[in-house]
Design a protein around this ligand. Structure first.
Ligand SMILES: [Zn+2]
Ligand SMILES: [Zn+2]
Length: 375
């Protein structure tokens, strides 16, 4: 682990993308930031585009900059990055310059009730990191500058060592796998030997399949639409025992068939479809659990009576809490699944808008689009 790299020369300025009006990004020069106490400066080596980046860039929330919308505030988005430790802030001895690290998004304030309970992605001081209200909360790419830049600042709590031999591209997916892991954590069940359905084969859904399988879920069922055919095939490679094209077979009926009428124990809902909760409830056996990891833009109608009368538990997750990212990295280090399968496209830093377009419009069946920096 000990790096032999000498302290690298760090320039005073860096290239960084900033968000202007909704949907508009501009590449500018910014000063390279300085790490404070318990922080490090990370040289960004690769960053993946996430669906939430698209929300931020085109609509604003959940980004919250200076207490408001993120537009025209010199804000750099992007949160699924990895890189090399370039400089240590005061008091940091957990990492060394030259180490490769992946990042978690959220550094909670550490002083609110939720942070003290380990729920730092649900920090009660979210976005209170400006002016005289600096509570210490950081969510890079949401409330503080993110990784579509040459350098970024991270709190040591948000760094995860990249296993040796793992590519930069795969390392950007550690946080995605961590989010899926957190979804399984919050449902709080036994997982091994229990039936789990993942609805929606986006990156988190596919990592949900992989992590659930690595933890011993049986069977693992993945549902998607006709347009998701390539993703469903990847789901099989990542560990799904069954994939269901909901245009060919109604999803709840398919789950009942596969589980011989018993229904499943868990649904990890990653589709954001308006009727997803109702369908998930009908896939479960009585007492089953749903974790919501996606959401429709409009409010959805939910059959509450069905949930109550069947003792269905409903959970939501935000991000990648409870050190799930570090544990997901451990599964990847053990080669329990090959996350790099979902990486489909790579672009250089000066083509971030193209990378975002590929992710947004699923150009050429894009799943995970990665921006790789040249140093
Ligand atoms: Zn993300
Ligand atoms: Zn907090």
């Amino acid at each position: 682990m000990v790096s032999t790299a000498r302290s690298p020369v760090i320039p005073a300025k860096m290239q960084a993308w900033v968000l202007g009006n909704p949907g508009a990004l501009e590449l500018i020069e910014k000063p390279v930031p300085h790490p404070g106490a318990a922080e490090v400066l990370v040289r960004v080596d690769a960053i993946a585009v996430c669906a939430t980046d698209l929300e931020v860039i085109y609509h604003g929330p959940p980004a919250l900059i200076h207490g408001g919308e993120p537009f025209n505030k010199n804000f750099t988005p992007g949160h699924e990055y990895m890189g090399t430790v370039a400089r240590l802030g005061a008091g940091v001895d957990e990492f060394e310059v030259g180490e490769r690290v992946a990042v978690e998004v959220h550094a909670g304030c550490g002083r609110c009730e939720r942070c003290r309970e380990g729920m730092y992605t649900a920090c009660l001081n979210y976005g209170m990191n400006y002016g005289d209200r600096d509570k210490g909360h950081r969510a890079n790419g949401f409330t503080t500058d993110g990784g579509f830049a040459e350098y970024a600042i991270n709190h040591v709590n948000t760094l995860v060592r990249v296993p040796g031999g793992m590519s930069d591209e795969e390392a950007t997916l550690i946080v995605t796998a961590g989010t899926a892991m957190y979804g399984l954590d919050v449902m709080g069940g036994l997982i091994a030997g229990q039936a789990l359905v993942v609805t929606g084969p986006g990156p988190i859904g596919l990592m949900g399949v992989a992590v659930a399988k690595a933890l011993g879920a049986q069977p693992v069922i993945l549902t998607g639409t006709r347009a998701d055919q390539r993703r469903l095939e990847l789901g099989r490679k990542l560990g799904a025992d069954h994939v269901v094209n909901v245009h060919a077979e109604e999803a709840t009926a398919a789950v009942r068939r596969i589980t011989e009428g018993r229904g499943c124990h868990y649904v990890l809902e990653c589709s954001g479809a308006p009727n997803a909760v109702n369908e998930a409830a009908r896939m479960l056996n009585r007492g089953g659990r749903i974790c919501l990891a996606a959401f429709p833009r409009e409010p959805a109608l939910i059959d509450v009576a069905y949930l109550v009368s069947n003792n269905i538990y409903l959970f939501g997750i935000r991000g990648e809490g409870r050190s799930a990212t570090r544990r997901a990295a451990a599964l990847m280090q053990q080669k329990r699944f090959d996350a790099s399968l979902i990486h489909t496209h790579t672009f250089p830093l000066d083509e971030v808008p193209t990378a975002i377009r590929y992710a947004r419009e699923r150009v050429d069946d894009a799943i995970k689009v990665v921006v790789k920096l040249r140093h």
